[in-house]
Write a protein that binds this ligand. Structure first.
Ligand code: BGC
Length: 436
């Protein structure tokens, strides 16, 4: 198990999702969630401190965490919640601190990790324990979708409890800005989108597209890859079937370069709300952001359709660029009983409803009624059920932490050089290091 490569698991999860024609010989054995061990819990909680490590330190993300903290205190009065959040979207600062704490045998009570390749890093490093008993006690595969449990499972063991599912390939747009530019239809491909950006520019908005620091640029780039490659070839990037220097990747790099000519100048430290707020404030027409953005629009009192609109990145209607947050039981954590209380809370229907309503994401569980959620989340729930699912690069689903770091370096370098051929060379070199 320990030597399974990230790419092997990527293939297994893609196969499990029915996205590749290959067989599922790498699929974990046994029914995910089907283990029989029971969970011993104490009413009111095991007692002691539970340090919860996330990057939900501010704004709408903190509001989501606050909802969980409130419920945790209510359900587990014996336990003491300790907030160990480290600011910085996508874990841009948190992951380094977490890596050093884990290396120094100072694990928190539980930490946030992305379903998919990123989780495999922690499994391979033997830093987390299976949580089969918790998943089973929560309802196992009766309440969690199989395609999600597969991404948390290695060799029949489930290694984290999912709290939510996010969609990364969403364009958020300012209704008034589009109206002024005379745009009244959603573009169907990148070319059409670029033509609309011209119209926005002509209407007097200097930066039609907003971006923030490096991880938001990587996320934007991944969505251009999806549009230019299509689902099958995009999936092939992670199992070696699609070359990273193929004509389609070159096209994506060229399109990405063009798109950035319509964007603001970002500093590396700019976090996502800086870019999303530009759309909210009418300083930009478009921002590609995960659907945590909807919570930012809500927090600023903005109304769907009247003030803002959303659509899948042009060229990917019917495609859901997936990521999910999940929580772990770190090996050697001081209060595993308290950690399991936390995991039971975040995995419960009540916890998922409270958290996801505040966060903009959709419940990982399938038994939380869609009608309890606002229209955006209802549309995301429907899309997750019916769309083709692809894995996000920027948010740990498709590539390991190390591969993500190399890609981020390439994207950051490109932001200065604007050399699209160089970007392709760097991405191909990175892939060569991590593909089998
Ligand atoms: C996380 C989300 C978070 C976003 C921005 C993603 O990696 O999965 O929960 O809202 O980063 O910080």
């Amino acid at each position: 198990m320990r030597n399974r490569s990230v790419a092997t698991v990527a293939i297994a999860t893609i196969a499990a999702l029915g996205l590749a024609a290959c067989g599922s010989s790498n699929e974990p054995e046994g029914t995910p969630g089907g283990q029989t061990s029971s969970l011993a819990t104490t009413a009111g909680g095991a007692g002691g401190e539970v340090g919860v490590f996330t990057w939900w330190a501010a704004g709408s993300e903190k509001k989501g965490l606050d909802e969980l903290e409130k419920l945790f205190k209510e359900k587990y009065p014996n336990d003491t919640f300790v907030n160990l959040a480290v600011a910085g979207g996508a874990g841009s600062n948190a992951k380094a601190k977490l890596a050093s704490d884990l290396k120094n045998n100072q694990p928190p009570g539980s930490f946030q990790g992305h379903a998919g390749a990123e989780l495999l890093d922690y499994i391979d490093a033997e830093q987390i324990e299976p949580v089969n008993d918790v998943i089973q006690a929560l309802g196992g595969d009766k309440v969690f979708p199989k395609n999600l449990l597969d991404r948390l499972t290695v060799d029949g063991n489930i290694y984290s409890v999912p709290s939510n599912i996010h969609r990364a390939n969403v364009v958020w747009a300012n209704t008034e800005v589009l109206k002024k530019a005379g745009i009244n239809a959603v573009p169907t491909d990148i070319k059409g989108w670029i033509a609309d950006m011209e119209k926005v520019k002509a209407s007097g908005v200097a930066t039609p597209l907003s971006v923030a620091g490096t991880w938001t640029q990587l996320q934007l780039f991944e969505t251009i890859l999806i549009s230019d490659l299509g689902v099958e070839k995009y999936n092939g990037l992670f199992d070696g079937k699609t070359a990273w220097d193929s004509p389609e990747v070159k096209q994506a790099a060229a399109d990405y370069k063009t798109l950035l000519t319509y964007a603001n100048t970002a500093s590396d430290g700019d976090d996502w709300p800086v870019a999303t707020d530009m759309v909210i404030d009418g300083k930009a027409a478009y921002n590609v952001m995960g659907d945590w953005a909807v919570a930012e629009f809500a927090a600023k009192g903005k109304k769907e359709q009247t003030d803002y609109q959303y659509f899948a990145v042009p060229g990917q209607e019917g495609v859901f660029d997936f990521l999910a947050d999940s929580f772990t039981l770190p090996k050697g954590t001081k209060n595993p009983g308290g950690t399991k209380d936390w995991l039971m809370l975040i995995g419960s229907a009540e916890g998922q409803k409270a958290f996801n309503l505040a966060k903009g994401s959709i419940p990982a569980r399938t038994d939380v009624p869609a009608t309890d959620f606002p229209p955006y989340q209802q549309s995301a729930m429907e899309a997750f059920k019916t769309n083709d699912i692809v894995s996000s690069i920027a948010h740990g689903a498709a590539v390991s932490l190390a591969w993500n770091a190399d890609m981020s370096t390439a994207i950051s370098k490109f932001y200065t050089t604007k050399d699209d051929a160089g970007l392709v060379t760097d991405l191909a070199a990175a892939a060569k290091k991590y593909l089998p």
